[in-house]
Ligand binder design. Structure first.
Ligand code: C5P
Length: 306
């Protein structure tokens, strides 16, 4: 019997390194970034909808408040693109069970779009390759291909041209969440403003970071974390500096704003350090919430069909 729906689990990400080149004429910046998928997931259910309903979208879960449920949502746009590209003659109902922060620098919206692309491919048995799925993802947003790929990868171009990275080990993260997001374009805009008058060179790979990943050396990885958008995120949200200080004080191996922020990611050595830092952050009054995750983890994948 034909399946009527699928559930796709998609991870959030942290950028372990993010090198940002000058602003190009297309409004984007050339990047070299190292992504790690982490175990904070959204579950995206894609099923056949009621006849005549078109594309419908709903959301629930700890971070669902304020998520748009119309055609401005990247998940909706992903479904729209798939319907047009493959001339799908069906109504599609999407439900997002959200755990990844919204506008948090962890690619939550991109993860949902990745889930919809993989979900529609599975539901309609389109048989697309991972490569084809990622190309479609890149049309929607720079971080969508990585949501499909998962693991650890270098992103070049807009961040959408992926190469897997040789990485050993599993890393423990404590995430400091904010109660309001930061808009990605405004963080890039602030980065340009802060760099005005400077000569900006092409983005580069962080060799120390790649070496740390190859060796599975968490201490070295902590020391090598880098993000060219961090000053811009802190300039727009000065309280982030206080959050970063808590991590330094409580012995995190590394502290970094995730992507365009405002989530701050702390790499920790073990369970005990994670607990210490979680308690300290919760008591500090400078964060809205704390989450725990490990990485790397898988990209978008089906966890059930019905
Ligand atoms: O690709 P995506 O829609 O996620 O990008 C959102 C915004 O982030 C872009 O409109 C642009 O302002 C900024 N961006 C950038 N350079 C990149 C990726 C994103 O300037 N490589």
């Amino acid at each position: 019997m034909r399946q009527s729906g699928v559930v796709i689990r998609v991870p959030g990400k942290v950028n372990l390194g993010l090198s940002v080149g000058p602003l190009d004429s297309d409004g984007y910046h050339e990047l070299v970034t190292v992504f790690q998928a982490i175990s904070l997931y959204d579950d995206v259910t894609v099923k056949f909808g009621e006849a005549g309903a078109g594309i419908t979208l709903s959301a629930s879960g700890s971070t669902a408040t304020g998520v748009p449920l119309d055609s401005t949502n990247l998940a909706y746009r992903a479904a729209d693109l798939m319907v047009a590209r493959y001339q799908l003659d069906s109504d599609i109902d999407i439900h997002l069970q959200k755990e990844i922060p919204v506008a948090g620098g962890m690619a939550g919206g991109s993860a949902d779009a990745a889930g919809v692309i993989v979900g529609i491919d599975a539901l309609f048995e389109l048989g697309l390759s991972r490569d084809e799925l990622q190309k479609i993802g890149a049309e929607l947003g720079s971080d969508v291909p990585f949501g499909i790929a998962g693991g650890t990868a270098i992103g070049r171009g807009r961040g959408d041209q992926l190469t897997p990275v040789l990485a050993q080990g599993s890393y423990q993260w404590v995430l400091a969440l904010s109660n309001s997001g930061l808009s990605t374009p405004s963080v890039y805009g602030e980065c340009d403003r802060l760099r005005e008058g400077l000569t900006i060179s092409k983005p580069t790979a962080n060799d120390a970071l790649l070496q740390a990943l190859r060796a599975g050396d968490a201490k070295e990885l902590g020391r090598s974390l880098s993000n060219d958008l961090q000053s811009a995120a802190c300039s727009l949200r000065p309280a982030l500096r206080l959050v970063l200080d808590v991590g330094h004080d409580y012995g995190a191996l590394g502290c970094i704003v995730s992507g365009s922020g405002p989530t701050v990611a702390f790499l920790v050595e073990d369970e005990e350090k994670a607990l210490d830092l979680t308690v300290a952050l919760s008591a500090s009054g400078v964060v809205a919430g704390v989450a725990r995750a490990s990485g790397p983890t898988h990209g978008a994948r089906r966890i059930s069909s019905f």
